[in-house]
Design a protein around this ligand. Structure first.
Ligand code: XUL
Ligand code: CO
Length: 440
């Protein structure tokens, strides 16, 4: 088979002292951390769109990426060359999973029939490569945002023809995800939102969106698709008011429409930033609601107000997010998908490897530190102690639901000596630093 990345060979773990840029410093796939190997904790996935199809185009200029598979003219041949490159890339980086949108892997045809035919051809090509390279599909999804037909949305469109098209597209995307053994299926509502209420019936749009998701749930049952359904929140971008703006909003939506038992949440770091939350906050909120599904591991830039989708290099954030993942008992059947793209100026194919190494090492380091922090317990113990007044007497009675306003008023009237204790934020932050800086 043709080699697409002939300047880079397999990336191995060489440890934190290595100066070889093409080596892992922290990610040691088979090393056991606690009860399982790093690769089982982290379940890294390659994002097909950013890695294989993105060309570096931005609003000011055309693509810059040098990609050896691009010299093929025929669209289907190009799709196949890309896919071969994808499997070579995953092999060399020791990544076991990938994620795609339907339109990333196969080109649209002149109509839906031809588009589906293209998809079928590529899916069977993909299935063979998956077997040969021993790779798995973390999740599939449908791109319901790039084509101009989705100008008013997909599930929230005002045009019933578009709604039907979206349903047909999702149906097919679930089918191919099943065909490839996908462990999850993602809904990111790219165009599901609005700019102004002057032209929008928000209530009807949300009802319709829920109708579409219920149809998806019914269809999954019909064809016995066992993968986990996920919703991916994101505020603003592309629309001003995205309906799935953050974890709390998605939970409210799922509960209102009785979809909560069928969906978990795919949380993306940069989307959390845009929502004014930390990644950790979003993961924690999903975790405590039994809704943590999967992670899109990337990061934004605090100085830029859009979804820059950078590779994650912030070890503080990766530590605190892995802390939540460990508290969740793991992320499976979800994983860590690098929904991240190399910068436009990092246009050489080697940059893709260097970027993934950076991201994988950042989360491996985060996992190692989070595991030690959780095992030693300085944060857990502090938090436990902080709420200890609820463990005995009147505090316990509140938690047990045994007292109401009358008893609490009596207690407050008799208790004139209220004392608070420090929250010790700075101490706790320096403990996290200590663990991070001392871990080798
Ligand atoms: C867009 C985004 C998507 C989803 C899948 O910001 O994150 O790529 O992850 O549609
Ligand atoms: Co994403």
């Amino acid at each position: 088979m043709k080699e697409y990345f002939n300047n880079v060979s397999k990336i191995n773990y060489e440890g934190p002292n290595s100066k070889n840029p093409y080596s892992f410093k922290y990610y040691n796939a088979d090393e056991i951390i606690g009860d399982k190997s790093m690769k089982k904790h982290l379940r890294f996935a390659m994002s097909y769109w950013h890695t294989l199809t993105a060309d570096g185009t931005d609003q000011f200029g055309v693509g810059t990426m040098l990609r050896s598979w691009n010299n093929v003219n025929d669209k289907m041949e190009l799709a196949k060359a890309r896919m071969e490159a994808a499997f070579e890339f995953m092999d060399k980086l020791n990544i076991n999973y990938f994620c795609f949108h339907d339109r990333d892997i196969a080109p649209e045809g002149k109509d839906l029939t031809e588009t589906n035919k293209n998809l079928d051809e590529i899916v069977s090509f993909c299935k063979n490569l998956m077997k040969k390279h021993d790779k798995k599909l973390l999740w599939g999804t449908a791109n319901l945002f790039s084509n101009p037909r989705f100008v008013h949305g997909a599930g929230t469109t005002c045009n019933v023809d578009v709604f039907a098209y979206a349903a047909a597209q999702i149906k097919k995307a679930i089918e191919i995800t099943k065909e490839l053994g996908g462990e999850n299926y993602v809904f990111w509502g790219g165009r599901e939102g609005y700019e102004t209420l002057l032209n929008t019936n928000m209530e009807f749009e949300l009802d319709n969106f829920a109708r579409l998701l219920h149809m998806a749930v019914d269809y999954a049952k019909e064809i016995d698709f066992k993968g986990q359904f996920l919703i991916e929140p994101k505020p603003k971008e592309p629309t001003k008011h995205q309906y799935d703006s953050d974890v709390a909003t998605v939970l409210g939506f799922l509960r209102k429409y009785k979809l909560d038992s069928y969906f978990k949440i795919n949380i993306e770091a940069n989307h959390a930033t845009l929502a004014g939350h930390t990644f950790q906050h979003e993961i924690c909120l999903a975790r405590i609601n039994n809704a943590l599904g999967s992670l899109d591991a990337n990061q934004g830039d605090p100085h830029l107000g859009w979804d820059t989708d950078q590779f994650p290099t912030d070890t503080y954030s990766s530590t605190l997010s892995m802390y939540e993942v460990l508290k969740n008992g793991g992320i499976a059947p979800g994983g860590l998908n690098f929904d991240a793209k190399v910068r436009r100026a990092s246009f050489e194919p080697e940059d893709l490897f260097l970027a993934y190494i950076a991201g994988m090492d950042t989360f491996a380091k985060g996992l190692r530190v989070a595991y030690k922090l959780l095992k030693d317990g300085p944060i857990e113990n502090f938090i436990k102690e902080k709420y200890s007044s609820f463990n005995t007497s009147i505090g316990k009675a509140i938690v047990d639901g045994k007292v109401g306003f009358n008893e609490l008023e009596k207690y407050a009237l008799e208790n004139n000596d209220i004392k608070n204790r420090s929250g010790r934020q700075e101490l706790l932050e320096s403990i996290v630093n200590q663990y991070l800086l001392e871990d080798k």
